[in-house]
Design a protein around this ligand. Structure first.
Ligand SMILES: O=C(O)c1ccc(O)c(O)c1
Length: 228
């Protein structure tokens, strides 16, 4: 999701609340909307691959690239006050262009179908500004999951801060997807949708997607706030 769009939706949200609750605008106005958590699904890798870098298109020193529409996925991890979450790890995983996840219960039965050049899983540590970046493929529908999606987790050390998924804004499969349909709140839906746009200078049809992940308070931090 792009920065400006994000703020537009936030304003729409405040508008929907009505003027009466805005008597103390500072309470809301400074906070970003938190990325909603979503199911991990059945296919977080059961065996972490040797190559876990942020380029899912090329495994190790292979010379053949993965099949699919190359996407430069970038973004930031922020807290609800807009401060960067630096030095946290973003993990992504998704099925390959032939609908196979890097998980033995999917990849063993579909061994002939699997794209052996797709890394399927990657990690990126955020910078001082909370930035992350991946090179991956535009996600495709999976049997039983008509909304193409990329799963992600945000971790700090061993602590899992968020598990969710993002989906393609405007994709026809979203309306038929059980996980997307399970997100009842219209604002929450907006917060998991991402635009996939052509990279203008690219001669090979690469795409770019920008997604800001906003972390809510962790259980420990909520506890601290209650005690304050
Ligand atoms: O329930 C499932 O089958 C299923 C499959 C793939 C996914 O990515 C997922 O989140 C759920």
């Amino acid at each position: 999701m792009s920065g400006p769009l994000f703020h537009l939706h936030r304003r729409a949200f405040l508008g929907a609340l009505g003027a009466s609750v805005l008597t103390s605008p500072a309470l809301f106005a400074e906070q970003l909307l938190r990325t909603p958590p979503l199911t991990e699904g059945p296919f977080y890798p059961d065996k972490i691959p040797l190559d876990t870098d942020n380029d899912l298109i090329v495994i190790g020193k292979n010379t053949t690239r993965a099949v699919g529409e190359i996407t430069h996925l970038t973004g930031k991890v922020l807290d609800i006050n807009g401060a960067p979450a630096k030095n946290v790890v973003v993990e992504i995983w998704q099925c390959d262009a032939n609908e196979v996840y890097l998980h033995s219960s999917d990849s063993i039965p579909k061994v002939k179908q699997q794209d052996k050049n797709f890394q399927g899983f990657g990690r990126c540590t955020t910078t001082e500004k909370g930035e992350y970046r991946f090179r991956t493929i535009k996600p495709v529908p999976y049997p039983g999951r008509p909304a193409p999606h990329i799963h992600f987790k945000v971790k700090k050390g061993n602590r899992e801060l968020l598990t969710s998924q993002f989906m393609i804004r405007g994709h026809a499969g979203n309306a038929r997807d059980g996980v997307f349909g399970g997100v009842r709140d219209v604002i929450d839906r907006e917060l998991i949708l991402v635009d996939f746009k052509p990279v203008k200078e690219s001669k090979i049809g690469e795409l770019q997607a920008y997604f800001e992940i906003v972390l809510g308070l962790t259980p420990d931090e909520k506890d601290m706030n209650l005690r304050r």
